[in-house]
Design a protein. Structure first.
Length: 432
């Protein structure tokens, strides 16, 4: 019986004999994706719908096909396939995790690189899920919270691979979303030339946190002193350059009863000065902690023997690179800190620009300040390092370029002190 189906609900068919006649006349080839211009006669034998996993063909309603429901191909992108049901967790070789504040996207790939798991779960669910997996590679971006989760996963025997987000970005295909990010992380972790971030210990993170808190307090103090200068400049009071001179000038201004400041403004300046003293106290307390850390750590004591590397530089280096085992050569540490020229070479013509300024900005700043402070004394010393600096000065190299070159040299010396457990010797030959 020829039936023209107009039912809006999906149907399941065991067999269907389809014949087609072109509306314009004569037999014609029927394209499965061509919907208009054909009359279709179906011989239908209806039956109850079977489970999807045994090959049920779902028909959806397609407008414009004379009320007919057209079958979709099983390979259609509208057929949802649960990949974790096709393959179990036993086949996961690399698990890519895109971290979020509340939810994390997870993509697992097998030895052939095919995706076998694609899920989204909360952080605690992720910890429980990874704990039940066989030993595999867990890859994440080196962002906030990655080191904590990495230590948890490593306790279950998994290999942790942390990567910089800028190295993962080229592996994200098509549109950006959490699932694509997790898939790109898993693919990037499989590359043999990928550069990975060393997993930090709890002690390293504690020292790093102290440095960040101190940096914030110093920035607040700088903002406060700038505001004080601006407030008093509007009242005709100008102080010399320098934090210490400003401090003495404000104390003298507050001690003098015969001033042009109004009572309310005088009270405000006194409150800001009290806040300044509190910030100084907190910064000095942190400085004392750094001194105690450097005194009790052998690696920090070796680093402080280097000219221009003080307590802050030594503890910041240990917090950032540990024993520097992730750097194969000393020049790698300088390049990671962004103390080398930025290269733009094409057609075999080398072109070097300003420093790249990559990596840890805070640590690079400390090294440059240390090199600037140590430059005058080192340039006058009769040592290989002093003669190297004197040669650049005599050639007319800009002072800032000399300071950055010295900072790069100090970073290389710090790498040797960490890797070879040796202190700095001023008379040791230095490479040009």
């Amino acid at each position: 019986m020829a039936v023209r189906e107009t039912h809006p609900q999906p149907l399941a068919f065991r067999a269907a004999a389809v014949t087609a006649r072109h509306v314009r006349g004569g037999p014609g080839f029927v394209d499965k994706d061509e919907a208009f211009g054909f009359e279709i006669d179906l011989a239908i034998e209806p039956m109850p719908a079977l489970p999807q996993d045994v090959g049920t063909v779902l028909l959806d309603r397609v407008p414009g096909l004379y009320g007919m429901a057209r079958p979709f191909s099983p390979a259609s992108d509208m057929m949802l396939v649960l990949e974790e049901e096709r393959s179990g967790p036993m086949s996961i070789v690399i698990l890519g995790v895109d971290l979020g504040k509340n939810a994390c996207s997870v993509v697992g790939v097998d030895a052939a690189g095919a995706v076998v798991v694609r899920r989204s779960m909360r952080r605690q669910t992720l910890v429980d899920y990874v704990a039940k997996l066989p030993v595999c590679v867990v890859a994440m971006e080196a962002c906030c919270g990655a080191h904590y989760l990495g230590r948890l996963f490593a306790a279950h025997g998994h290999e942790i691979r942390l990567m910089s987000p800028e190295y993962v970005r080229p592996y994200v295909k098509a549109q950006k979303n959490d699932d694509r990010d997790a898939e790109g992380i898993a693919e990037a972790a499989s590359r043999p030339t990928m550069r990975f971030v060393e997993l930090k210990t709890q002690e390293q993170l504690d020292i790093q946190t102290l440095h960040r808190v101190r940096s914030r307090l110093v920035a607040e103090r700088r903002s406060l002193t700038n505001q004080l200068r601006a407030i008093l400049l509007e009242r005709g009071t100008i102080f010399p350059v320098g934090r210490r001179k400003l401090e003495l000038g404000i104390d003298a201004l507050l001690a003098d009863e015969d001033t042009t400041l109004s009572p309310r403004l005088r009270q405000l300046v006194a409150e800001l000065r009290a806040e300044w003293r509190e910030l100084d106290t907190r910064v000095e307390t942190l400085n004392g902690e750094f001194v105690e850390l450097a005194r009790n750590d052998a690696a920090a004591r070796r680093l402080t023997s280097i000219p221009g590397v003080g307590v802050l530089n030594a503890t910041a280096l240990i917090a950032a690179v540990g024993d520097a085992s992730s750097f194969a050569k000393a020049r790698d540490l300088g390049a990671w800190l962004g103390l080398v020229p930025r290269q733009h070479t094409t057609g075999g013509k080398p072109r070097l620009l300003g420093i790249s300024k990559r990596g840890n900005t805070y640590l690079r700043t400390l090294l440059i300040h240390g090199a600037r402070a140590a430059l005058p004394s080192l340039a006058q010393s009769e040592t290989p390092l002093g003669r190297w600096l004197t040669g650049m000065i005599e050639r007319g190299v800009h002072r800032n370029a000399i300071v950055v070159a010295l900072a790069n040299k100090l970073a290389r010396i710090a790498w040797a002190a960490l890797r070879k457990d040796a202190t700095f010797e001023r008379g040791y030959p230095v490479a040009a």
